[in-house]
Design a binder for this molecule. Structure first.
Ligand code: HPA
Length: 274
């Protein structure tokens, strides 16, 4: 069995052989939110299947590309698509791309996702700034021997989502009078959507949105000492909060409708990160 660090070294040297760009900001694009790449002056595009130790995504609405380039003057690395735990990937594989970006030198990781919302006044199509999370996946990507080259055994998670980045996101959303919320994202394993009773429980413990991603990457990124920002697209009201049953089509349809607003916001945010 090959160790994670050896795999990362192989992956990073492969990528370095394809591009000399030194990204400062890493971005992970969630379901149906891939259009942001149209705002990027792409300098290199690598398909996940061509990158050693990366796994192609198996979910509709997720492409699997790693792009390097610039958004105005900001150099970025973008993961267009991600691996989810529910696909059967190990947690090591779920966070492998995040660790790769960190070793390529990013300082900031911007995570995006689609989520079901259950905060007061939430509507499908709203955005939510993730202020904190609750890990309900039943597993933590840092379980197992600590890799000290990547970070400490017991990483602090007091400010898992960078306060300054939260304030910057909020300022932009307010300026454009975009509907948004701030709240706690509950990370679950999926792939089933929640039962109404589960959503009532998530509300009781302080959540406002629920989704099947983001938490593992945020944990790995905090371990690596990155500054993290996360933004949820509330694609649907969570189970029991609307009359409709949930479907992946509803999720991707709403994400598509919101994509332009989401993309413009993301662009302004990323360009202005110092
Ligand atoms: N639950 C979990 N994950 C999701 C949802 C949801 O309602 N919508 C989009 N991703």
């Amino acid at each position: 069995m090959q160790f994670v660090l050896d795999k990362l070294t192989e992956t990073v040297s492969f990528i370095r052989s394809k591009t000399t760009i030194k990204p400062k900001v890493g971005v992970i694009l969630g379901s149906g939110l891939g259009a942001f790449v149209n705002e990027v002056q792409v300098e290199a595009k690598l398909a996940f299947q061509d990158i050693p130790h990366f796994n192609p995504p198996t979910v509709d609405g997720h492409q699997g590309n790693l792009l390097f380039g610039k958004v105005e003057n900001q150099s970025v690395a973008i993961l267009q698509g991600r691996n989810h735990y529910y696909e059967g990937h190990t947690m090591e594989n779920v966070v492998f791309p995040t660790r790769t970006l960190a070793l390529l030198g990013i300082e900031i990781l911007v995570l995006t996702n689609s989520a079901g919302g259950f905060g007061e006044t939430m509507q499908a199509g709203d955005l939510m700034i993730v202020e904190d999370h609750i890990n309900l996946m039943g597993i933590n990507p840092l379980m197992g021997p600590n890799i000290k080259e990547l970070g400490p055994r017991f990483p602090d998670m007091t400010e898992a989502y960078d306060r300054k980045l939260i304030a910057q996101m909020e300022a932009i959303l307010q300026k454009h009078e975009t509907r948004y919320h701030k709240g706690v994202y509950c990370g679950v394993s999926g792939p089933t959507y929640e039962t109404p009773a589960e959503v009532r429980y998530l509300k009781m413990i302080g959540g406002k949105a629920v989704g099947m991603s983001t938490v593992p990457e945020a944990i790995a990124a905090n371990h690596l000492g990155l500054r993290v920002a996360a933004l949820s697209c509330i694609t649907n009201l969570a189970a029991g909060f609307s009359r409709q049953k949930l479907s992946h089509t509803e999720v991707t349809d709403t994400a598509k409708k919101v994509e332009q607003k989401f993309t413009q916001f993301l662009k302004e945010f990323i360009v202005n990160i110092e």
